[in-house]
Design a protein around this ligand. Structure first.
Ligand code: B16
Ligand code: MG
Length: 218
């Protein structure tokens, strides 16, 4: 059988940590008298922690010193990790195990490609840490999505050419990164939002093992 490299984003693909990012960012923004809505949280999907805080401060027309900026980031992360600590396997998104188990069965290597610096901890909490052949996260990259760096490193670690890799992503920046890496991009979410993706599915219930098989064979 052919070997393809499958690369999964974390937040919004494997688990829904966006809801925890929202609670932690909202608390922080409100403490600075800045409003923060769910719509704004959408704009932070796939965006690094530093860039997220920069955006929130800009929305609130607020500027802080470099020192305060570092403190605010640490505060947000402590709050966020409080939520992450409560996570269990139950938080793995529906039918993700179906796809991961199928990939294992047909011996296709898969990696994580996430912007999060907390990715390893989250994978441990949901007991998936040993399933990925390679984990590339916010601690391994110097350029954020839409730059393809995160996925190119993952392909290299899987020892698979970028053209033979398939990326599952929920963010626009992530789809752009996959496309820039010459990989097949599969959007998880809304067709209208992820229109640059090669394929879009609402969630993994719509992804059949026959479709995965077809990706492997093509
Ligand atoms: P952290 P992903 C991204 O994860 C999130 O979508 C984004 O909202 C978050 O700001 C970013 O990770 C950084 O996360 O603060 O944990 O380092 O979708 O790339 O898996
Ligand atoms: Mg994501």
């Amino acid at each position: 059988m052919n070997k393809k490299g499958f690369i999964f984003d974390l937040d919004g693909v494997i688990v829904d940590t966006a809801k925890y990012h929202f609670l932690a960012w909202k608390k922080l923004a409100n403490s600075l008298d800045i409003d923060f809505s769910e719509e704004q949280n959408e704009e932070l999907k796939g965006v690094s922690r530093v860039k997220s805080l920069e955006k929130i401060l800009a929305w609130g027309n607020t500027s802080v010193s470099e020192e305060q900026f570092t403190e605010l980031m640490a505060k947000k992360n402590t709050d966020y990790l409080g939520y992450v600590n409560t996570m269990t396997e139950d938080e793995i998104l529906v039918d993700v195990p179906k796809v991961l188990n199928f990939l294992k069965e047909v011996e296709q290597p898969f990696a994580l490609g996430s912007a999060s610096k907390n990715a390893r901890m989250i994978l441990e909490k949901v007991a998936l840490i040993n399933d990925f052949k390679s984990i590339v996260d916010g601690t391994n990259v110097s350029k954020a999505k839409p730059d393809p760096e995160v996925f190119l490193i993952a392909a290299k670690e899987l020892n698979i050419k970028p053209e033979d890799c398939i990326v599952f992503e929920d963010s626009v920046a992530g789809i752009q990164a996959a496309n820039a890496a010459s990989m097949i991009s599969i959007g998880i979410g809304e067709k209208e939002t992820l229109k640059e993706a090669d394929y879009v599915f609402k969630d993994f219930t719509e992804i059949t093992t026959a479709f995965i098989k077809q990706l492997i064979e093509n």
